[in-house]
Design a protein around this ligand. Structure first.
Ligand SMILES: [Zn+2]
Length: 109
């Protein structure tokens, strides 16, 4: 961990307001409290690149997890559709998965 700079410095990060057209009106971050130095540049706690990178990785992990789940859901759906081929809608509406599996196995024999 780098030491907090005790001098009164301002965060060097250029910030852009979130409102419409905000991206055309960037200005330097006004925070002067708890300024930290990274590679000769000053940052507030919010814009600390190390912290931002950690947050980015955390978000990435979350996305990866969600993507994996969504992929598994599609595969499951695909497998189910395949398994249900040839079974009438009427049967599907009345039988449980266990019964369905037995029905499929029975057909294979
Ligand atoms: Zn800042």
């Amino acid at each position: 961990m780098e030491k907090l700079n005790k001098e009164k410095k301002q965060c060097s990060k250029q910030v852009y307001p979130k409102e419409q057209w905000g991206s055309f009106h960037g200005h330097q971050c006004r925070i002067t409290k708890n300024i930290i130095m990274r590679n000769g540049k000053s940052y507030c706690r919010i814009h600390d690149p190390v912290r931002e990178e950690a947050k980015r990785q955390e978000r990435q992990k979350k996305w990866d997890k969600e993507n994996k789940k969504s992929r598994e859901d599609s595969l499951r759906f695909f497998a189910m559709s395949k398994a249900c081929q040839g079974v009438s809608t009427e049967d599907l509406e009345t039988i449980k998965v266990k019964d369905l599996l037995e029905l499929i196995r029975g057909e294979d024999i």
